[in-house]
Write a protein that binds this ligand. Structure first.
Ligand code: SAH
Length: 495
C-alpha cells in the first residue's frame, strides 16, 4: 500500500486520540472523521512500515452509531473528536478505553469496573429542566439525529485570537494538530455568553488597531481570551451567574482598556475582568502575572453545597454538572467515618479536600500553583471548614519531605494528578506511608493504569473503578479508582 492508494475499509476500533482504525492488506490505517462500524472509502496520505494515515473520501455504509454532527465546524475543529457518534456509543467507547488500558497497561485481567457515569442527554436535560426555560438549549442541530449530545457544559474556554486569510480578526479553536485558528465564537460545548464577550473584544481590537499575537514572529499583542463562568451563568445569560474574562497579552497593557471594561461590564453577571501577561515565545497559554482591570480577581461557584472562589490561574474542573458526581464517587471510595487523616495530592483550589473535610478528622492538601493554594485557604474559611490545611509545592517534594521529616500518617490518600500521572517518588512515598485506601482520580487512564500497576505490585489491590464523563463529545474520559491495602500474613502476625 502506498500514498494516494484508494482503499475500502471497515472501521473496527478507535485510537485514543479519536481516529478510526481499519485494516487492509494486513496493515493498520488511521482515518479521521470515521466511527466504529463505518464502511468507508479512504485515500492513503502517509504510509509507515505497518501502519498509515488515510483521509475519508466517502462513507459507503454508515455505522449504526453514526449521527450527523450537530456542529458546523465539527470536522475542521480539533476540539471534539466524537461528534459524529451517538452519545450512547461515546459512553461505551470511553468505558472500553478505560478497561483496555487497565488490561493492557495495568495488567488487570478483569478490572472491577462500575458502569460509566454519563451525562444526561439533551433530550433528558430539556425534560428535566422544563421548569427552567433559561436552561433549554438552543435549537442548532435539533433537526439532525445528533440531538442526544450533551452541550453547554464547559465552564471555561480559552480562545486564541488571530486573523483569517482576508485579514479579518477571528477567535475560535485550533484545527486538529495545528495552530491554525478556526473561527468559532459560539462553541456548543461552552456558555452562550462567550460569543458576546468575544465580539466585544474583537470590536475593541478593530477600533483601536490592536494586533493579534502571531506565534511565528512573536509580534502582536492579544494572544487569547480566557472566559470562565459559574454554573448558573452556564445555563444562559443568567443575571445571578458570575463571569470572568481574562485577556492574555504579549505586553504590559491593553490600549483603551477602560473602554473595553465599559463594554464588558454591560453583560449581566460580569464579575472579574483581568489581563494576563504572557511575553514568552511558548504555546503555554497563560503567563504568571495577573493585572486586575475591573471588579474582583476571582469568581465564585458552588458544588455540592460548598462555595468555591476561583482565580484565573487556578485549575477548576470544567464540567460542573459532572464534577459533583465525580467528587461524590471520590468521597464514596474514600469511605470516611470522621476519624481519618486524609491527604489530597494535586488539590487545586481545595475542591476535593473540602468535600472530604466534612467527613474526616483532618485533611491536608498539596498543590503546585500558589494562587490555587491561596484560593484553597480562602475556600476553607468561606465554608467555615477548620480541619483542612494546605501546602504549596510539588507533590513529589512535599510528600516525601513531610514523611521523612515529620513521619506523617494517612488513613486515606486521594490523588488527582495531571495527565502525566504521579511521579515515582509520590508512588514510593505512598507505599511507605501505606494508607488503608488510595483513591486515584485521573484524566488519563493510560497513566492511571501504569501507576495502579506499580502500587498493586507492592501490596495494594484494585477494588473498584468508575469511569466518569467530564468531556462529552471529546475522546477524553475521567476515572476514579479505589485501591486498598491487602492484608498480608506479616500484617496479621507481625514480623
Ligand atoms: N483536585 C483538583 C485539581 C486537579 S487538576 C480538582 O478537582 O479541582 C491537577 C492539579 O495538579 C492542578 O491544580 C495542577 O496545578 C496541580 N499540579 C500539577 N503538577 C503538580 C505537582 N507536581 N505537584 C502538585 N500539584 C501539581
Amino acid at each position: 500500500m502506498k500514498k494516494d492508494d484508494i482503499v475500502t475499509l471497515k472501521i473496527e476500533d478507535f485510537s485514543t486520540e479519536g481516529l478510526g482504525i481499519g485494516h487492509s492488506e494486513g496493515l493498520t490505517l488511521f482515518v479521521k472523521d470515521t466511527v466504529i462500524g463505518d464502511v468507508a472509502e479512504v485515500k492513503v496520505m502517509k504510509m509507515k512500515k505497518t501502519y498509515g494515515y488515510a483521509r475519508l473520501l466517502r462513507i459507503l455504509t454508515p455505522s449504526p452509531d453514526r449521527v450527523e454532527a450537530p456542529c458546523p465546524v465539527a470536522r475542521p475543529c480539533g476540539g471534539c473528536q466524537l461528534l459524529e457518534m451517538k452519545y450512547e456509543a461515546q459512553l461505551r467507547f470511553k468505558e472500553q478505553k478505560v478497561r483496555n488500558n487497565l488490561q493492557r497497561i495495568g495488567g488487570f485481567t478483569d478490572p472491577p469496573m462500575e458502569p460509566i457515569i454519563g451525562m444526561e442527554s439533551r433530550v433528558m436535560q430539556n425534560r428535566s429542566m422544563s421548569d427552567d426555560s433559561a436552561c433549554v438549549l438552543d435549537s442548532r442541530g435539533e433537526s439532525g439525529q445528533g440531538m442526544d449530545h450533551p452541550f453547554r457544559y464547559r465552564n471555561k474556554a480559552q480562545f486564541p485570537i488571530s486573523r483569517d486569510k482576508n485579514g479579518k480578526l477571528i477567535a475560535g479553536f485550533y484545527a486538529g494538530r495545528t495552530h491554525t485558528v478556526i473561527d468559532c465564537r459560539d462553541c456548543l460545548l461552552g456558555a452562550k455568553v462567550n460569543q458576546t464577550i468575544l465580539d466585544i473584544v474583537l470590536n475593541h481590537m478593530e477600533k483601536y488597531h490592536i494586533q493579534p499575537y502571531d506565534e511565528v514572529t512573536g509580534r502582536g499583542l492579544v494572544r487569547h481570551v480566557m472566559i470562565r463562568v459559574s454554573s448558573e451563568a452556564l445555563c444562559e445569560e443568567n443575571a445571578s451567574g458570575q463571569i470572568m474574562v481574562c485577556v492574555v497579552i504579549n505586553g504590559a497593557s491593553l490600549p483603551e482598556s477602560g473602554r473595553l471594561v465599559q463594554d464588558l461590564c454591560a453583560i449581566p453577571g460580569m464579575t472579574s475582568i483581568t489581563l494576563n501577561i504572557n511575553r514568552e515565545r511558548t504555546n503555554v497559554i497563560m503567563g504568571r502575572q495577573i493585572k486586575l482591570l475591573w471588579g474582583q480577581e476571582f469568581i465564585e461557584d458552588t458544588i455540592g453545597g460548598i462555595r468555591f472562589r476561583i482565580s484565573p490561574l487556578s485549575f477548576y474542573q470544567v464540567n460542573p454538572r459532572q464534577t459533583e458526581k465525580l467528587y461524590g464517587k471520590t468521597l464514596e471510595y474514600a469511605d470516611l467515618t470522621g476519624q481519618e487523616t486524609v491527604w489530597d495530592l494535586y488539590c487545586g483550589i481545595g475542591t476535593i479536600s473540602l468535600f472530604l473535610a466534612q467527613k474526616a478528622r483532618a485533611v491536608y492538601g498539596v498543590e503546585i500553583v500558589p494562587d490555587a493554594i491561596r484560593d484553597a485557604r480562602q475556600n476553607a474559611q468561606l465554608n467555615h471548614i477548620t480541619n483542612a490545611e494546605f501546602f504549596v509545592g510539588k507533590a513529589e517534594e512535599v510528600l516525601p519531605e513531610k514523611y521523612e521529616k515529620e513521619g506523617i500518617h494517612a488513613d486515606v490518600i486521594v490523588v488527582d494528578p495531571p495527565r502525566k500521572g504521579c511521579e515515582q517518588s509520590v508512588l514510593d512515598t505512598m507505599l511507605k506511608i501505606r494508607p488503608e485506601r488510595i483513591v486515584y482520580v485521573s484524566c488519563d487512564s493510560a497513566t492511571l493504569a501504569r501507576d495502579l500497576k506499580y502500587l498493586c505490585a507492592d501490596g495494594y489491590e484494585l477494588k473498584k473503578v468508575c469511569p466518569t464523563e467530564m468531556f462529552a463529545n471529546s475522546c477524553h474520559v475521567e476515572t476514579v479508582a479505589l485501591i486498598s491495602w491487602k492484608e498480608t500474613v506479616a500484617d496479621v502476625f507481625g514480623q
